[in-house]
Design a protein. Structure first.
Length: 650
């Protein structure tokens, strides 16, 4: 196809322009498809198979590097391998490629695939290959798609462009299928633009909580009336074996041979910088105020004269130093290493004769009266000096190594013979690997005892009851997970959430009591301030909008927002029950949407809602396609990627 463009090859200057442009493109652009396929790697190098179609490992690796580069530009040095691991970045990237492949396959099924002519036109819209509207030529085009862009051939690159076109057609079809009413657009516009300011008094429910009690019958009634509060999505319950390094650490002692090996292989970490032991009295300067700064210098010179005349340094430091961190201990700064302090101060402490007093000025702080007690040269801490630290480091490493070996061995046993029951699984625990359970949790929630862990959650909610996973890194250490239970969406039984229901019922009763107290205080009160005075509370002010919480209040404030938007300015209204208690308020300012505003902005809000609903439809479609499709992931290669994720040039 592209051979037809040979006659458009440009002069050398355009080749140079293209070189620079493509370099920029390669660094910053993901081509819209994340390298979703097109490679022809062998059986061992696939990252995933989607209904028999391969996502090659090289294509996956290219997409992962693009994402890593994007995060490095967003977060700079804060983007570390640990951050990439906590984000579950390798799995995120592969899931994205799988979703794209599923949608592209669905597009083909619906006859929305890309034609050769569409691919050709798409290529001709990429400025990098078409400076001044003319194609750069097959030679340069081939060199770059097979070089910096990392494709096996131009055909593979064009296959990705075809996938991008198919995905765009699919997204367009989803968007076109969404119908948004004018009423929905109006509600969204009001939510985004209406607001008010209120002056209010909050009577907190906590004032009444100590006097409130609930009976078993009231607990059951509250549960029946508010069952939606105790509804849950699909949940999982996990047993896991934990390689407990903390438990083992106290049982281990590092030997001298191990410590010496660690010392020699990590000697740079025990390097000592040149250092000086310094005492000081600080008189703060003020460069912006010459008179004050001159007074500070005069004071420092007077103190210096006293010290040279034999005055006691510690006493003067406690009496005059304006450095609160050292004045109380007689001005002792301790050992100051090179690179620890500002330039003027560092130069002085490494050049001033020992045990002599002098004044050093630093623009950042002021006037320092210092004396250097002793200095030491740079070098390395000796083995004996570093021994306490080595003991801790080597013991910690021994513990981690031993529990890793233990749980890896257990994982191998489990792969060889899958446990039939949870009892068989937990029987694998020993003095170095402990058995633990999470209780029920939903996707996206913190995992009890383990916190947020996307790789673990991703596996758990794709596994079946009785499945055993691979060893996974968590904040507590390495674990081997077992899906003990799967529970469909529903309402948690009262027995399971009884303590929570009792707490909620008491809180509701306390809010009602708070509302009654405010209602009584409103009688005969002209405004919020009068109500506040009666209940012994201070009034507050806040901005109110339909988009979120009200500053200073927590819990559900929907009723208060609606009341504030419906109440005329100046009227005293309430009590309104909120999550914190009850509120009486007055509206001081109010902005409402007019018919003219709605007429002008209805179209743009319809488009915004259509895009939002389109994204939701896409998510639902992908979930259905995943359930109906055969997706095979190469977990071994994915783990290799996880081990190097976030590393520069990984």
């Amino acid at each position: 196809m592209l051979k037809l463009m040979r006659d458009s090859f440009q002069q050398l200057k355009w080749i140079l322009i293209a070189l620079v442009a493509i370099f920029i493109l390669f660094i910053f652009v993901d081509w819209g498809v994340g390298g979703a396929g097109g490679g022809t790697g062998g059986q061992a190098s696939y990252a995933a198979r989607v209904n028999g179609e391969m996502i090659s490992y090289s294509d996956y690796e290219r997409a992962l590097k693009n994402y890593e580069e994007m995060y490095r530009q967003m977060y700079g040095q804060q983007f570390t391998p640990e951050m990439a691991q906590s984000m579950g970045l390798p799995r995120q990237v592969l899931d994205s490629l799988i979703d794209q492949r599923l949608l592209e396959q669905e597009a083909r099924r619906l006859h929305l695939g890309a034609t050769s002519e569409e691919v050709r036109k798409k290529l001709l819209t990429i400025p990098t290959f078409n400076p001044e509207g003319k194609f750069v030529g097959m030679e340069l085009y081939t060199r770059y798609v097979t070089g910096p862009l990392g494709y096996a051939s131009p055909a593979a690159f064009e296959q990705d462009l075809g996938r991008e076109i198919a995905l765009q057609k699919m997204e367009s079809a989803l968007s076109s299928s969404v119908v948004i009413s004018s009423k929905a657009a109006e509600a969204e516009y009001r939510r985004m633009n209406e607001n008010a300011k209120i002056r209010y008094v909050l009577y907190p429910a906590t004032r009444e909580l100590a006097t409130v009690s609930v009976t078993p019958a009231e607990i059951e009634q509250y549960y029946k009336t508010n069952q939606s509060k105790y509804a849950h999505g699909e949940q999982r319950q996990v047993r896991y074996l934990l390689a407990d390094a903390n438990r083992l650490r106290s049982q281990l002692t590092a030997g001298d041979a191990d410590m010496r090996r660690h010392y020699e292989s990590n000697k740079e970490s025990f390097r000592l910088q040149p250092a000086a032991h310094v005492i000081q009295i600080l008189i703060k300067g003020d460069p912006a105020n010459p008179a004050a700064d001159a007074a500070a210098k005069a004071k420092a010179d007077a103190i210096l004269a006293q010290l040279r005349g034999g005055a006691d340094f510690k006493s003067l430091a406690k009496a005059t130093s304006q450095d609160p961190s050292t004045a109380t201990n007689g001005g002792d700064l301790g050992w100051m290493e090179k690179g620890q302090t500002v330039a003027n101060f560092e130069q002085a402490i490494f050049s001033l004769p020992l045990n002599t007093f002098d004044v050093v000025h630093t623009p950042e702080y002021g006037y320092h009266i210092i004396k250097v007690l002793e200095r030491r040269e740079g070098g390395y801490r000796t083995f004996e000096e570093a021994k306490p630290e080595l003991q801790a480091q080597v013991t910690d490493q021994l513990a981690r190594d031993q529990v890793r070996d233990q749980i890896t061995a257990i994982a191998a046993q489990v792969r060889e013979k899958k446990p039939k029951t949870v009892q068989e699984f937990t029987a694998k625990a020993n003095d170095r690997v402990t058995s633990n359970e999470t209780g029920w949790f939903a996707k996206g929630e913190q995992i009890p005892g383990l916190g947020f862990n996307q790789p673990l959650s991703q596996w758990v909610f794709s596994a079946k009851q009785g499945d055993v996973g691979d060893v996974i890194q968590t904040q507590r250490g390495l674990i081997l997970p077992y899906v003990e239970g799967v529970r469909p969406a529903g309402v948690a039984p009262l027995a399971e959430v009884r303590a929570r229901v009792e707490e909620d019922a008491k809180a509701a009763k306390a809010r009602d009591a708070a509302s009654q107290k405010l209602a009584a205080a409103m009688a005969g009160s002209a405004n919020v301030d009068a109500v506040a005075a009666k209940v012994g509370l201070a009034p507050s002010e806040a901005s109110v909008n339909r988009q979120g919480q009200i500053a200073g209040l927590t819990g559900d404030t929907t009723s208060l927002v609606e009341a504030a938007m419906a109440t005329p300015i100046g009227q005293t209204k309430g009590p309104v029950v909120t999550g914190d208690g009850a509120v009486v308020f007055q509206v001081t300012e109010q902005k409402k949407v007019t018919d003219a505003d709605l007429a002008q902005n209805r179209g743009s809000f319809i488009d915004a809602l259509r895009q939002q609903q389109s994204r939701s439809l896409r998510q639902v479609l992908v979930q259905r396609l995943r359930k109906e499709s055969n997706v095979e992931v190469n977990e071994k290669l994915l783990q290799q990627a996880a081990n190097t994720a976030g590393q520069p040039n990984a």
